[in-house]
Design a protein around this ligand. Sequence first.
Ligand code: FAD
Length: 369
Amino acid sequence: MLKYTVVGAGLFGSVFAFEAAKAGHQVRVIDKRNHVAGNIYTKQIEGIQFHQYGAHIFHTSNEEIWDYVNQFAEFNRYTNSPIANYRDEIYNLPFNMNTFNKLWGVISPLEAKVKIDEQRAILNGRSPENLEEQAISLVGTDIYEKLIKNYTEKQWGRSCTELPPFIIKRLPVRFTYDNNYFNDKYQGIPIGGYTQIVEKMLDHSKIEVNLNVDFFENRKELEDDADKIVYTGMIDQFFDYTLGTLEYRSLKFETEILDIDNFQGNAVVNYTDSENKFTRIIEHKHFEFGTQPKTIITKEYPEDWEKGEEPYYPVNDMKNNDLYGQYKNMAKENSKYIFGGRLGMYKYFDMDKVIFEALKTAKVELRLK
Ligand code: FAD
């Protein structure tokens, strides 16, 4: 009898499996996909590490997590400095003095603040009632119109006046000439891609990996075979949607291999206009400063999610959080199951947070110090 069956060979499942195997337990990891690593999966095409499920940049301020992930790969010095393209006008992100200078010609932080204050005044001090008003109250009308409005509407498939203000409670705004998107102490891309990280975690004599296996098609057998199940799939699906279906946003990726060595000069370019239906173009080679003769680009189109499609982002509004809360209570009723990861916990987690959660779960479950 196995001690654990882990459903999902993504980051959560793999960290848990690695820790359980180290603690001496026999573990089986299954995944319905034909590869390990879940959404952080990368593979080499034309000598370039291709991020199959969207751009992944590792960043954290947690030294323990940084040390943990560095046992499995060496990270490069990549710093995320995305660019926005608004009808061929190019702006630096996150909103910083470079952005303000390009927009308004202002030189000093004081001039930039005055400009934003002038534009905010149209709200007459009212509390924001929707996302549009919230954005204007934070950065004024110009940045809202050129850099936020269309991008957000494409992302959510709804008008900013219909979206709640809390979605952008805070916006990264900086009054320095600093294009580094993240404030974290550590960031980088694993040299040679992310898949090796998960492969190394799962390369253990006590771990057996079975790919192309859907939990729901083999449920009885898998449940009978192990003491405990660590489940990282969709929590509502686990309970056969008995209380209702949780909502997600999905994405469609359109990838091209181009016969040129450099398409856009940056790994990430956000398209903040309404004409292009994609939200961004990723040029994969720039994550590793690639010099290959060809290049690979991916356009990212946000989509509504329907059953059968990839559920990328949980929609954590009140209605869905409430429904998730009910499923979570059902989950607590049977100690054979542990729910984890972005789908099992219905929450968007960056990679460092998912590692943190998996280690926390492992510590409790495996009684580690
Ligand atoms: P997943 O990676 O989704 O793994 C779950 C696995 O379970 C999947 O492989 C799935 O096939 C499997 N599974 C599900 N149901 C079943 C079933 N019934 N039977 C068998 N197997 C099943 N984080 C960052 O830190 N930086 C970034 O730049 C970043 N960019 C992102 C970009 C995008 C577009 C997205 C969607 C996420 C991004 N993330 C980023 C977040 C990152 O992807 C997650 O933190 C991480 O992948 C979560 O791991 P997980 O194990 O919880 O989920």
